[in-house]
Design a protein around this ligand. Structure first.
Ligand code: PEP
Length: 256
């Protein structure tokens, strides 16, 4: 059985005091669900260490939204996965905002995946098609390319530390989530690619859906057999909304 994972991507929101206060509130609200699923918060890097301390000893985990592919050196403004090693659990790689606004290429993302694994981090690899690609019927081609490029030369033994987040770009922050059926179908394709790449281990890997997940649609998305959880943006910034999404994942009955 795949254990659900809900990750909240705070993006570039909250001051440090606000983020710390919010993390404390999440800790109290979400701890009761942590025996049924993995719950991760992805704060801005500036407050990551402090928030990891606030959450120490509780089952909520932290992740970084981005990091370099280098371990150290003259890279002004960057943080290295090596700096996250040992206390930060996850690294999000390939979010569409990084791909589109910061021009991150498939080749760079592959180097980031390698660097994350080299430093013992778990990876959430985000991928998905743009609206134009969707309308041109290129979803399958785009996803196949993004996945195989990001995982180039990655050891199959890393499968357990890798989660895929399928995020159709047209659904991110638009209020227009993919239908559960469409998401499930596309994630079925990702599952087949993972099995092709990682063989049996591919069946145990988690695939999350991301794109305008809300308390209203979370349950119907998570009822789908290929949807193992969610990467949540906007709704992760409100305690009540994020809690309801976490609750929805906890309530889904999954086959043993
Ligand atoms: C995201 O940024 O990964 C995301 C899914 O955002 P939202 O939930 O706001 O669509």
């Amino acid at each position: 059985m795949r254990r659900p994972l809900i990750a909240g991507n705070w993006k570039m929101h909250f001051t440090v005091p606000e983020g710390l206060e919010y993390a404390l509130r999440l800790r109290h609200a979400l701890e009761p669900f942590a025996d049924r699923e993995d719950i991760v918060v992805l704060p801005p890097s500036l407050m990551l260490w402090e928030i990891a301390n606030v959450l120490r000893g509780c089952p909520l985990e932290v992740g970084a939204q981005n990091a370099s592919w280098e371990d150290q050196g003259p890279f002004t403004g960057e943080i290295a996965p090596k700096m996250l090693a040992g206390w930060c659990h996850y690294l999000l790689i390939g979010h569409s905002e990084r791909r589109q606004l910061f021009n991150e290429t498939d080749e760079q993302l592959n180097r980031k995946v390698q660097a994350a694994f080299r430093n013992g981090l778990k990876v959430v690899l985000a991928l998905g098609e743009t609206l134009e690609e969707h309308e041109l019927g290129r979803t399958q081609e785009v996803i196949t390319r993004q996945l195989s490029a990001a995982l180039y030369d990655i050891d199959v033994k890393r499968a357990a530390d890798l989660t895929i987040a399928y995020e159709p770009v047209w659904a991110i922050g638009t209020g227009r989530a993919a239908t559960p059926e469409y998401a499930n179908e596309t994630m079925g394709l990702i599952r087949r690619l993972l099995v092709g790449r990682f063989e049996q281990l591919g069946t145990d890997m988690r695939i999350l859906y991301g794109g305008s997940v809300t308390p209203a649609n979370a349950r119907s998305l998570m009822d789908q057999p290929e949807i193992d959880g969610a990467l949540v943006g906007g709704a992760s910034l409100k305690q009540t909304d994020f809690t309801e999404i976490v609750r929805a994942a906890a309530e889904v009955d999954r086959p043993a």
